[in-house]
Design a protein around this ligand. Structure first.
Ligand SMILES: Nc1nc2c(ncn2[C@@H]2O[C@H](COP(=O)(O)OP(=O)(O)OP(=O)(O)O)[C@@H](O)[C@H]2O)c(=O)[nH]1
Ligand SMILES: [Mg+2]
Length: 219
């Protein structure tokens, strides 16, 4: 998948305010500051598209970005655009930047509100084809993420795991951490969800994520 263009469309406080229509969409979730907005910018090749910040809690709404993709073959050669879909036309789909969870410095009220926003988006947004759950590759498995993963499983939400900030670790530490994480998950799961190792700095994982998205869109 080659992204030809990407543009900001709308920020919504509620799922019923999100764009109408039937374009497929892919959402990014995870703890505050894990790198969701940075990953969206890396995937689209547009540095300032999603707002990022060194301080946690930057994204507080459901943000839709419209992407125009072009299918690529296995050897990276361009082929024709993805089939037409919905009113926007050829090869269009959305990337969705969600607020992070678990940011302790927010007040309880705002945390509850964000939690409700995220939960109802995930449960009710039918065109959401896959949720990418981001995990900081540097950290030990955290209870808040493991519980969230469990909740996704209980609700039958299609998801995959994206390890972020791979550039911040040595190769050996990185693979040890990932192995440890997957091992922890396999205590919960008979079959592990797909996982990706990424860095928004080095663009590691970009091709893998985009071709995964392409495969899902093609059904
Ligand atoms: N080195 C490195 N830094 C990263 C990477 N991804 C994100 N960051 C940094 O981590 C911080 C948070 O990134 P964001 O993309 O704003 O994180 P977010 O998950 O969208 O955060 P919220 O919107 O607050 O939930 C920023 O300072 C980024 O520059 C990465 O792959 N490598
Ligand atoms: Mg963000």
């Amino acid at each position: 998948m080659l992204i030809k263009s990407a543009e900001y469309v709308i920020s919504s406080a509620r799922v019923d305010q999100c764009p109408q229509g039937d374009l497929p969409e892919f959402a990014f979730i995870g703890r505050s500051n894990v790198g969701k907005s940075s990953l969206i910018n890396m995937l689209t090749g547009r540095a300032g598209l999603a707002k990022t910040s060194a301080t946690p809690g930057k994204t507080i709404l459901i943000n839709h970005f419209l992407v125009n993709g072009q299918r690529t073959t296995d050897n990276g050669q361009q082929t024709k655009s993805l089939p037409p879909r919905g009113e926007v036309g050829r090869g269009a789909w959305y990337l969705v930047d969600l607020p992070g969870y678990g940011y302790a410095k927010r007040g309880q009220k705002q945390r509850d509100e964000l939690q409700r926003m995220i939960t109802s988006y995930i449960l009710r947004r039918e065109q959401m084809m896959n949720l990418f759950l981001l995990i900081d590759a540097r950290h030990e498995p955290q209870r808040i993420d493991l519980e969230f993963i469990e909740w996704l499983g209980e609700n039958g939400i299609p998801f995959s795991i994206v390890f972020t900030k791979a550039d911040k670790l040595s190769k050996s530490k990185l693979s040890a951490n990932i192995k440890h994480y997957l091992n922890e998950l396999s205590k919960q799961w008979e079959e592990l969800p797909p996982h990706f190792i990424t860095s928004s700095e080095t663009k590691q994982g970009k091709e893998e994520l985009l071709s995964y998205i392409e495969t899902i869109i093609q059904g």
